[in-house]
Design a protein around this ligand. Structure first.
Ligand SMILES: [Zn+2]
Ligand SMILES: [Zn+2]
Length: 174
């Protein structure tokens, strides 16, 4: 999502521009369609981008390992700083904050990296294809969401279950 902001950079502080977003962005190894709206506002130092975007990313269920589409709503709010002065072409010093977003020499504000970063943060660490995902059979690996597999329920030796409890308790104490 690349927007030429040369007009906006020449405008007074507080000037606003609205854009519709409809763009394919590469997120987490797959291409995702990103849609929504972005508002750009001229600030004293650069341009503030506020975006409300929707997309879906393909993730792997942490329980049954199947791939599914996870919907994401992104609320992006980032200030972009020009690296050169639009009026006199002098290079500008960027704020101390590391990793701030910039507007390049061609006065292009590129939202792609912000979209990617916000999306990666919004993906849960352990996604579930559905809240009550039944997972995989521990014996044969069958996806139990597709019905039972015919394996007998595992019988746990009571001595092992006691040991398992001890291990869990020790882990909790660490
Ligand atoms: Zn699942
Ligand atoms: Zn099984």
């Amino acid at each position: 999502m690349r927007i030429n902001v040369s007009q906006l950079l020449r405008s007074p502080i507080g000037t606003m521009r609205n854009y519709g977003v409809s763009e394919v962005v590469s997120i987490a190894g797959g291409d995702s369609m990103v849609e929504g709206k972005v508002r750009l506002v001229r600030t004293d130092r650069g341009i503030l981008a506020r975006a409300r975007l929707y997309t879906e990313v393909e993730v792997t269920c942490s329980r049954c390992l199947s791939l599914f589409n996870y919907p994401l709503a992104l609320n992006i709010e980032e200030e972009y700083f020009p690296i050169i002065d639009i009026v006199n072409d002098n290079s500008l010093s960027l704020p101390e904050e590391s990793g701030c977003f910039t507007i390049d020499e061609q006065h292009i504000l590129d939202l792609t990296e912000a979209i990617r970063q916000y999306a990666l943060l919004a993906i849960p660490m352990k996604p579930l294809c559905r809240e009550d995902c039944a997972g995989l059979c521990p014996i044969c690996g069958h996806n139990l969401n597709q019905g039972p597999c015919g394996c007998l329920p595992q019988e746990v030796d009571p001595r092992w279950s006691k040991l398992g409890k001890l291990v869990t308790e020790r882990k909790g104490a660490e």
